[in-house]
Design a protein around this ligand. Structure first.
Ligand code: SF4
Length: 200
């Protein structure tokens, strides 16, 4: 049985797909078998919307004010199920929706999906990962050549419509890279979150 919902550090997360258009060198999928209270996060086949809704119905959302779409995979690769299940969660439990994303969905879907996301998502966290296109390509190994600029564009546009938008990096980057990332975020007017890196 694969966990669609799991909790970690007092937050509840949605795992709706294992698909991803990146192959990040640091991806938690390659270093940890599971996250939080999940027992298995790998699907034999991605869940259907009905299976996602069933899992949500069985979860007690009492005490949680935010539902985070995260991984083992890039949630926007399962866009329809993301949109429909987030809508379901908002209507049924009145809960805020956060999307943790690589910010490449507009490339992946070959259209601007931000307006669709904005109907159900409240907060967006985008993995910035690196301060230059070259470093970004090396660390995230995306399917696309122009991914770095597309991710920045996504962040800039997301910042106009969501309640909160942030870029995220980890604190183990060299100091000069952290400062370069801070400048990128500042120039785009997007908040920068520096996360504590957690190895295994
Ligand atoms: S974008 Fe996320 S799920 Fe995809 S490879 Fe990178 S860290 Fe893993």
């Amino acid at each position: 049985m694969t966990d669609i919902l799991y909790t970690y550090k007092n937050q509840v997360y949605m795992n709706i797909t294992n698909q991803c258009d990146c192959r990040c060198t640091f991806c938690i999928r390659t270093t940890k078998k599971t996250v939080g209270d999940a027992t298995n996060m790998w699907f034999e086949k991605d869940p259907t919307l009905e299976e996602i809704k069933d899992a949500m119905d069985q979860f007690d959302f009492t005490g949680y004010d935010e539902l985070v779409y995260c991984g083992y995979g890039e949630p926007t690769c399962a866009l329809e199920n993301l949109l429909e299940s987030a809508k379901y969660a908002k209507e049924k439990w009145g809960i805020k929706i956060r999307l943790n994303t690589n910010g490449l969905a507009n490339l992946y879907h070959k259209r601007d999906i931000i307006p669709e996301l904005a109907e159900v998502v409240d907060r967006v966290s985008i993995s910035l990962n690196a301060p230059t296109a070259e470093k970004y390509q090396a660390v995230t190994r995306p399917q696309f050549e122009n991914a770095f600029q597309a991710m920045l564009d996504f962040g800039r546009e997301a910042n106009k419509v969501f309640e909160h938008t942030q870029f995220s990096i980890v604190d183990v980057l060299p100091k000069e890279e952290i400062e370069a990332c801070r400048k990128i975020a500042d120039d785009l007017g997007v908040h920068l979150k520096i996360r504590v890196f957690e190895a295994n």
